[in-house]
Each structure stands twice: as structure tokens, then as C-alpha cells.
Design a protein around this ligand. Structure first.
Ligand code: F6P
Length: 319
């Protein structure tokens, strides 16, 4: 049986360990593994190559993805989806694994409703914002990159009378920001899910400054688009000289953590075992309550991811 794997959307640490496991396990099971290069763009252009063991040797510890990814505008058009499907058929590919985020799964949901596919998605995004799963590949590595940056920023912040505002990624979701704020002991955390209570927070911080607080750390999720506003507020209302650091794409890089390597292993084996025993099923592997399960792709894309309440509550417990 010919099986293929591809990455779509933002790359995430853990993709390479998943690709390696895919190739090694396919050969172990006597199947033919194919790699689709450059995501949906590559699928449209037929960049599909049969994998050898040597293609995936020495990649397990590397961040990013050796087969590259893309965000495809062309895939929104039917004629290109049809071309993509024909390319899969050309290689007799009867099972497809897609490592991607919410947007990629929406695209796959549409694709699978139009063509006869046997498909499994593996949640992969540093934002950790896919409905139905508690974990997405790449988020632990990104959190560790952020933790490292915040530990260093706190060193310099505490050496001056200064606040630091650090903007972290998270297009629509505050997961990276909240978990990072908890792990680094930040005093302020601003996320898209919760209204920024500038008045109450300003009052509290001004009092603390009067009582001797000489520095503070504020984490702001990119998705709030409030970095400039909060910088001004910290300087003018709270009265702390403030520096801004936007961590940007360094959060997407770095060697996958042990957690991401192990999660890649389990996600991939679960996906492949399912593909080898199904013909026309369109599912996503999710991690819930300590178990790996397969759920329908419609269930995943029909609802927006919601942060667990315990994280939202944690914002009020900072400081
Ligand atoms: O992959 C998720 C993510 O890193 C988001 O956190 C961020 O908003 C977005 O991708 C950035 O996308 P791009 O790399 O295309 O600029």
C-alpha cells in the first residue's frame, strides 16, 4: 500500500520526528512511504517522492520540517484541489497523513468531501489551538524557547528599574502567553480570550511600585494586537520605564523537546495503524485524557478551540 505524509501551514517542532517514524514504520509494515514536499503547494505541483530510509536518517532532533511546508492560496480553488487529487492517484496513494493546524484541517475537510480520500490529520501547531485535542505538536518546544527567553529577560529586568513587555505568538489563542506567564512568574498577561482590565490592574501595579516594586514582566499574546497600547500604559499609567521584546519566529524553531518527540511517535503510530485498516475515513488523531484517539475531522473543524478554564483562571492568580 502506498502511504504519504505532508506538512501544511506553520511548521512546528515535532514534524521531523513524525516524518521519520512514518517512513520507518511504513517499511516495517511492508508498505511504501511517500513524502510530499512543500505542503499543499507541493501536492498541487506533484512534488511527491518515494522515501528511502536515508531520507530520514539523522532528522529526529531537528526543528522545522525537512519536507517543508506552505500556506496555499491556490488550494482554495477547485481546479487545484482536483489537480492535487490526481497527483495522489498517479502514485496510487491510498492513505495520507497531514501534519498541520486548524486552517489546514479545514482545507482537508473540504478536500475529503469532494474526493475519495483516506486521510488522518496530526495536530501540529505551536499555538496549541485545535479543537478536540489537549496537545498539538510543537507547542512544548515553543514554550521552552519562550521560557528560555523570559528567564534571560528577567535577569536584565531585575537589574534595572524597568518593566519588560514580551510579545509571544498565538494568532487567535492565548495558550503560549498564559502558560509562559505561569512558568516565568510574569506579573501581567494579556490574551485575546480575556478583556484587558487596565484600570484595576493599573491601580494594583501603581500601589506595588509605591511599595518598592522596581520591575515587572508583562506577556502579551500577538493575537490581542495590544502591544503598543500596553507599552504606553506601562510607561505612562503605571510609571515604569518599559522595554519591548517581540519574540517572533524564533518561537517556531529549535530542537524538538523530549515531549514533542514522544508525542510525534504516538500520534504517527496511531495515524498509521488507522490508515492501514481503513479505506475511506477522514479523521484527526487527538490526545485527550491521557489517550490517543481518532475523531472525525468535522468534529475538529466545526468548533473553535477554547482554552481550559484553569488557564483562564490562572491570569487572576499572577503576581
Ligand atoms: O504557526 C502558528 C503561527 O506561528 C502563529 O502563532 C502566528 O500568528 C503565525 O503562525 C505566523 O505565520 P507566518 O509564519 O506565516 O507569518
Amino acid at each position: 500500500m502506498a502511504l504519504a505524509i505532508m506538512c501544511s501551514g506553520g511548521d512546528a517542532a515535532g514534524m521531523n520526528p513524525a516524518i521519520k517514524k512514518f517512513v520507518d514504520y511504513a517499511y516495517k509494515k511492508g508498505e511504501e512511504p511517500y513524502l510530499i514536499y512543500r505542503g499543499l503547494e507541493g501536492l498541487i505541483d506533484g512534488k511527491i517522492v518515494k522515501a528511502e530510509h536515508r531520507d530520514v536518517a539523522g532528522i529526529l532532533h531537528r526543528g522545522g520540517t525537512i519536507i517543508q511546508s506552505s500556506r496555499s492560496k491556490r488550494f482554495f480553488e477547485y481546479q487545484f484541489r482536483e489537480q492535487a487529487y490526481n497527483n495522489l492517484k498517479k502514485h496510487n496513494i491510498s492513505g495520507l497523513i497531514v501534519l498541520g493546524g486548524d486552517g489546514s484541517f479545514r482545507a482537508m475537510d473540504r478536500f475529503s468531501s469532494e474526493f475519495n480520500l483516506n486521510f488522518v490529520g496530526i495536530p501540529s501547531t505551536i499555538d496549541n489551538d485545535i479543537n478536540g485535542t489537549e496537545y498539538c505538536l510543537g507547542s512544548d518546544t515553543a514554550l521552552n524557547v519562550i521560557r528560555d527567553a523570559l528567564d534571560k529577560i528577567r535577569d536584565t529586568a531585575s537589574s534595572f528599574n524597568r518593566a519588560f513587555l514580551v510579545e509571544v505568538m498565538g494568532r487567535d489563542c492565548g495558550h503560549l502567553a498564559i502558560v509562559s506567564a505561569m512558568a516565568s512568574g510574569a506579573e501581567i498577561c494579556v490574551v485575546p480570550e480575556i478583556e484587558f482590565e487596565s484600570e484595576a490592574l493599573g491601580k494594583r501595579l501603581r500601589k506595588e511600585v509605591e511599595n518598592g516594586r522596581h520591575y515587572a514582566l508583562a506577556i502579551v499574546a500577538e493575537g490581542t494586537k495590544k502591544t503598543t497600547e500596553i507599552h504606553k500604559w506601562l510607561q505612562e499609567t503605571v510609571g515604569l520605564e518599559t522595554r519591548v521584546s517581540i519574540l517572533g519566529h524564533i518561537q517556531r524553531g529549535g530542537n524538538p523537546t523530549v515531549r514533542d518527540r514522544l508525542m510525534a511517535f504516538d500520534f504517527t503510530i496511531t495515524a498509521m495503524n488507522h490508515l492501514l485498516n481503513s479505506t475511506n475515513s477522514n479523521k484527526v488523531v487527538v490526545y485527550r485524557d491521557g489517550e490517543f484517539k481518532l475523531i472525525e475531522i468535522e468534529e475538529v473543524v466545526s468548533t473553535k478551540y477554547k482554552l481550559p478554564k484553569r488557564y483562564l483562571d490562572a491570569i487572576n492568580l499572577l503576581d
